[in-house]
Design a protein around this ligand. Structure first.
Ligand code: NAD
Ligand code: ZCW
Length: 298
């Protein structure tokens, strides 16, 4: 079964998987985004601070697709202290489009302690028609409660870090988002592969991948889908992108999801222990070096 769009609290529908352009260098961004669009990605995720909106815009232009056939998210990142209205106009210009589907506050700290005031500005640019939907990113439950106390428009999404090694601490936020009809978008879901290989999550992920005859990265993205999150991922490699798009056809059982969650929860400790050991090892090495220097002077 291919991916089904998610229904947002403002009645609009967002494609369930997006291609992100963070860290893609300018000189290859148009090519990589173009490749993703050609393969079937109809949802692009960028940001003011990624500094490649122009190149993403060029890929949109070269795709030849009608504007309505692409979902484009960008974010206000507070670059050069520009306010959301100034920034959204610049993003529209760079992307070469006349509206943005979804505009996000990139991080609560960018509001400099004024979440309600910043959200009011987001509501104003939404009312002015620059963007069709507005949302947030990296907001905690407390940040959202502060925002909702004075909001006249609810955020449609909260784009958050979502991978098995943070699932234990993130589950209460996911529950709150569901209660509030705010859709989670998950990023960096492939962390177990990209920066924590060898951790406890590998075992259940590899076992499930073998059983279903799919790749480990597909299992992790299917896990995010099972958490009812929009997937935001990326790759420069065609075969990986094709694999990501096939994730809509992968259904994990409740037991699969639990096995990954449980391993992730163990991994939080595993990671802490690893960090403590590495600090201890540094102290030991420093003590050894000092000892050697003192001894060699004697
Ligand atoms: N709102 C935010 O603060 C925020 C933060 C981070 C990312 N994002 C968005 O999410 C997008 C995706 O973020 P990400 O890059 O952290 O996501 P990700 O966890 O999906 O990682 C993608 C990377 O994983 C690599 N990968 C895939 N399969 C692999 C395998 N088997 N082994 C090793 N590596 C493998 C890919 O080549 C790619 O480089 C970004 O481009 C951006 O749009 C937003
Ligand atoms: O979105 C990717 C992570 C990131 C890069 N620059 C930022 C500035 C603010 C918040 C998040 C980010």
């Amino acid at each position: 079964m291919p991916f089904k769009d998610f229904l947002l609290n403002d009645g609009r529908k967002i494609p369930a998987i997006g291609f992100g352009s963070w860290k893609i260098p300018k000189d290859v961004a148009t090519g990589q985004v173009g490749q993703a669009i050609d393969l079937g990605f109809d949802h692009l995720d960028t940001a003011q601070v990624y500094r490649n909106e122009e190149e993403v815009g060029q890929a949109i232009k070269e795709s030849g697709l009608a504007r309505k056939d692409l979902w484009i998210t960008t974010k206000w990142s507070g670059v050069d202290d520009k306010d959301p209205l100034t920034s959204v106009k610049e993003s529209l210009e760079k992307l070469g489009i006349d509206y943005i589907d979804l505009y996000l506050i990139h991080h609560p700290r960018l509001t400099k302690g004024d979440i309600p005031g910043t959200w009011k500005k987001m509501e104003e640019l939404h009312k002015a028609g620059y963007v069709k939907s507005i949302g947030v990113s990296n907001f905690s439950k407390e940040d959202l409660q502060e925002l909702l106390a004075s909001a006249t428009i609810k955020p449609v999404v909260n784009q958050i870090l979502l991978h098995p090694y943070v699932i234990k601490s993130t589950t209460p936020l996911l529950k709150y988002l569901k209660e509030q009809h705010i859709v989670p978008e998950g990023y960096s879901t492939l962390i177990p592969l990209t920066s924590k290989p060898g951790g406890p999550v590998d075992k259940p992920v590899n076992k499930i991948a073998k059983r279903l005859n799919v790749k480990p990265e597909q299992v992790l993205l299917a896990w995010s889908h099972a958490k009812e999150a929009v997937i935001v991922t990326t790759s420069s490699r065609k075969e990986r992108l094709e694999g990501y798009l096939d994730v809509g056809d992968i259904t994990l059982t409740k037991e699969d999801v639990k096995a990954i969650d449980d391993a992730g929860a163990k991994g939080e400790l595993w990671d802490e222990r690893k960090q403590k050991w590495s600090v201890a090892a540094k102290y030991l090495a420093a003590a050894g070096l000092i000892g050697y220097l003192v001894y060699s002077k004697l």
